[in-house]
Write a protein that binds this ligand. Sequence first.
Ligand code: 3PG
Length: 395
Amino acid sequence: FRTLNDLDPKGKRVLLRADLNLPVKDGKITDRTRIERLAPTLRELLDKGARLVVCSHFDRPKGKRVPEMSLKPMADALSATLNRPVAFVDDCVGPVAEEAAARLKDGEALLLENTRFHAGEEENDPALAQGLARLADVYVNDAFSAAHRAHASTEGVARLLPAYAGRLMQAELEALDAALGNPSRPVVAIVGGAKVSTKLDLLGNLSKKVDVLVIGGAMANTFIAAQGHGVGKSLQEADMHETARRILEDARSGNCEILLPIDVVVAAAFAPHVPTREVGAESIPADMMALDVGPDTVAAIEARLRQASTLVWNGPLGAFETPPFDAATVAVAQAVAGLTQSAGLKSIAGGGDTVSALKHAGVAERMTYVSAAGGAFLEWMEGKTLPGVAALETA
Ligand code: 3PG
């Protein structure tokens, strides 16, 4: 794919697909990570004299104009981050958008209203893609986190204008390639989270690509139960036992070591600071539930990490939002950060909960790369083709 290295944007109108789908509570942005990660692309284009037309979706208005889902507040947020004015246009296509885009001067930027106010966005309607293409001379996609959607602003328009990857898109793709595309080995993957059923494709793909697959979180309970052990009151999926056994067998025959919990932290109830016990993973008492992996498991994970060259991490090892069940996730996160800084471990992490967990452990800045994407990161780890990326590759 082409990057900003291949584009001289001076005097050109650049349609920039951003992902401004930021977490907002009571009208306030609660996490600016995505804006901060996007800012270098915007600055570079503006400094080089581009006439910037920024578009994005926000939330899921389903083709209707929902006032609470307007992108207008994001224009101020962008303007504050970039330290220059960013005008707002209350439609992403049509005469107002076309006039505003035509009036831009070199180095000026505007933000268009939520693309999902038009039903054609999610339908990838060629008419909407053409409407967007009329606003610009070239297209830059910097929304890796929306690249798993084949929408008019992520896929359709990329086929109508000369298309380039922005710096964030480029960084995400390079990091993912280093993680699974062309990694230096051994590769360890840590997968956590609640359910096996939502991570089937992920586990299947990873077990073919990595050398060690660590399974933690509540989904590990399903694997423990599938091997015939009682898991007490722990969260688990009884209908996934057969699948779990198949995943273990496939991994074994494919030379991927699967590391399941050796010991777990159990409690009688799931609440903050309840009394806990550490027990072997095969001896979970009937009236208790497993809520984190135990210290022997943490030591076993750390031993694998010391041998590893690359780590890819998705999903916490325990119920990290509720202490003390954050202990294993925090300990492993700190070990990863240490090895990344001192031993050259390439550590790549992504997915919503994973990023919160790393922030909670205070080490998000000490990883090699933390993806700004949620669903797109997962689909990529599942080995799927992302339509937004595919469109850039064939452009
Ligand atoms: C995200 O937040 O993961 C992306 O912006 C995609 O949003 P969506 O799941 O509503 O398509």
